[in-house]
Design a protein around this ligand. Structure first.
Ligand SMILES: [Cu+2]
Length: 123
């Protein structure tokens, strides 16, 4: 009897683990709206980044508008290592960050301490 309980509990636990790793990763994603010759996405900086994942169209000049509402100095810079961008984000202001969309791929951005992350997809 106890073996059955252990087996059932094992199935439940492994089901939970599968759900946690494969089902839980719904990241808020926004695809840029292309207007004329440019595309832009607004990113709010408050306890992290929202959206956390931004999809841009390749070859269309792009601007990410980062608005930092978070008072923590942790988020006072945003870094795009693949693009050589390290931009200060004064609290309460919107900073327009131009992204070179010539090369498709998946890139990341992070706060100055590499604690909070976002994902940039160019396709
Ligand atoms: Cu940080």
């Amino acid at each position: 009897m106890s073996q059955i309980i252990v087996a059932v509990a094992g199935v439940i636990v492994s089901g939970f683990i599968v759900w946690w790793f494969f089902g839980h990763h719904q990241v808020a994603t926004v695809a840029a709206e292309v207007q004329g010759q440019t595309q832009s996405v607004d990113v709010k900086v408050l306890g992290g980044y929202s959206p956390e994942r931004v999809v841009l169209k390749q070859g269309v000049p792009a601007v990410l508008n980062f608005t930092r509402e978070d008072p923590s100095s942790c988020l006072d810079r945003v870094v795009f290592p693949d693009f050589g961008i390290n931009q200060a984000l004064p609290q309460g202001e919107t900073e327009a960050i131009k992204i070179d969309t010539s090369k498709p791929g998946e890139y990341t951005w992070a706060c100055g301490m590499d604690m909070f992350h976002g994902q940039l997809v160019i396709e």
